[in-house]
Design a protein around this ligand. Structure first.
Ligand code: SAH
Ligand code: SF4
Ligand code: F3S
Length: 444
């Protein structure tokens, strides 16, 4: 057998990037590369990068420094940068980081064969063209590293919302939806291969829109088609934009038990004034109306969010509105960030980044403390209740315990008994921390 070359991909940033790395791995397989988890044996090292905040980019810069010394020891090693940072910085990166051989933006992965050939012939190679229609619909991702139970399916790419703080519309380009049939087919194949949960991914899944033979398929219809693959296949999705999460979508979720009771609805700020400056196109009242709709139509639904502390011109009063909004919704979980100005975004051009660093930090701490309290409260409400948990693997703490998730996306640790990853297990919650639920097996 021909000796295969080894590729090592390191992924930074969001779930979309994890999904993209699987597409890249699939393209590399056709080039006689096999994935390795041992960086020391790799012939090709790719970093799939993120630009969302400055510290995301700094992490990659530090990693590149480490790789630099690896490359000095092994001159034949190819180092490539993929993803959002590649797209944002383009050929500037080739000047700044001289040991990089290859730069490929999110829409350029199909060109990898030609680009690698160019590198192997001793040149640097770059493709940062964005596309209006690339969705990699026909590429079957290689599911590396995962548990074999849960998988991501990318259903759309790009974003055209241009929230004032956000770099994504510049790094990911125009919004486009992927052929619905290929999505349903991918879900079916995953199920047949033993997967029991899929997460449909896009920056704004509610605006999914595919038209074929005069048939229009929006997100509610797509979600339903995927849910109908099997009642044994759990379906999740991320992310929903508050401006267009419809009652129709909520009704679809409510009517299929295998669509998970968990909605990620980033609020960003609880102050309408700040939301307006962020160009989020909803008010606090609109957002709260959507929360009320979720609680009415899907009473057992968990709600999670993203919050930015210290956006431009944010006053103490705006910040207090954020804290009060958190309490009002009673989020089950939140991702919380300090505002980080990104070059060339609307906010960077229009507003000074004027909240002092120590004020940003203090506000973020208060937001984190609030969420800690809310998460613990939410978990305590689950103690004594029964849930069906999808087992994902052996717990890190003890090999006598498994961990899995409830439909609400909460992690539960419970006795292993004779269960395996991929099993649905009925448990009763007997304890909790702010981060995890502890369960005992229910004898049926
Ligand atoms: N498409 C999703 C979010 C994608 S980015 C949505 O619109 O909800 C993930 C999160 O990163 C955002 O929700 C936001 O909270 C945060 N984020 C984006 N840009 C940021 C910035 N410049 N500084 C700090 N946080 C940011
Ligand atoms: Fe960024 Fe807004 Fe698009 Fe989300 S919706 S990716 S925050 S521009
Ligand atoms: Fe980061 Fe790009 Fe995702 S900026 S968050 S990797 S879309």
């Amino acid at each position: 057998m021909e000796n295969k070359k080894k590729s090592y991909i390191e992924t930074y940033g969001c779930q979309m990037n994890i999904s993209d790395s699987e597409i890249v791995a699939s393209i590399l397989e056709t080039l006689n590369y096999e994935s390795t988890s041992d960086i020391k044996t790799a012939d090709l090292i790719l970093l799939n990068t993120c630009s969302i905040r400055d510290n995301a980019e700094q992490r990659v810069r530090n990693r590149l420094n480490e790789l630099h010394s690896l490359k000095r020891k092994r001159p034949g090693l190819i180092i490539g940068l993929l993803g959002c940072m590649a797209e944002r910085l383009k050929d500037k990166l080739l000047e700044e980081e001289r040991h990089i051989d290859l730069i490929v933006g999110p829409d350029g992965y199909r060109q990898l064969p030609q680009l690698l050939e160019q590198v192997e012939s001793g040149q640097k190679a770059i493709n940062v063209l964005l596309s209006a229609d690339e969705t990699y619909a026909d590429i079957n991702p290689v599911r590396t590293g995962g548990s074999g139970v849960t998988a991501f399916i990318s259903i759309m790419r790009g974003c055209e919302n241009f929230c004032a703080y956000c770099v994504v519309p510049y790094t990911r380009g125009k919004e486009r939806s992927r052929n619905a049939q290929t999505i349903v087919k991918e879900a079916k194949e995953l199920f047949e291969n033993g997967f029991r949960e899929v997460t449909l991914l896009g920056q704004n899944v509610n605006s999914y829109n595919w038209e074929e033979n005069g048939d229009k398929i929006g997100f509610p219809a797509l979600l339903e088609q995927v849910a109908l693959v099997s009642p044994q296949l759990r379906v999740r999705f991320a992310t929903s934009h508050p401006k267009d999460i419809s009652d129709e979508l909520l009704e679809v979720i409510a009517s299929h038990e295998n669509i998970c009771r968990s909605i990620h609805l980033p609020i960003q700020s609880g102050s309408t004034r700040t939301l307006e400056m962020m160009k989020r196109s909803y008010t606090r009242e609109w957002y709260m109306d959507r929360i009320a709709a979720i609680k009415r139509i899907i009473p057992d639904c968990a709600i999670t969010t993203d919050i930015i502390a210290g956006f431009c011109a944010e006053t103490e009063e705006d910040h207090l509105h954020t804290l009060s909004a958190m309490r009002e919704v009673a989020y089950d979980y939140a991702y919380m960030f300090k505002y980080s100005e990104r070059p060339n975004t609307i906010a960077a051009k229009k507003y000074p980044d004027d909240v002092p660093e120590e004020v940003k930090s203090r506000r973020l701490d208060e937001i984190i403390a609030m969420q800690q309290e809310l998460s613990l409260k939410s978990n305590k409400l689950d103690v004594g209740k029964e849930f069906e948990v999808l087992a994902e693997g052996v717990s890190k703490r003890s090999d006598q315990q498994l961990f899995g998730r409830t439909s609400q996306n909460k992690v539960v640790v419970f006795p292993r008994s004779s269960y395996n990853a991929g099993d649905y297990v009925k448990v009763k919650i007997i304890g909790c921390t702010a981060a995890t639920l502890k369960g005992e097996l229910l004898t049926v």
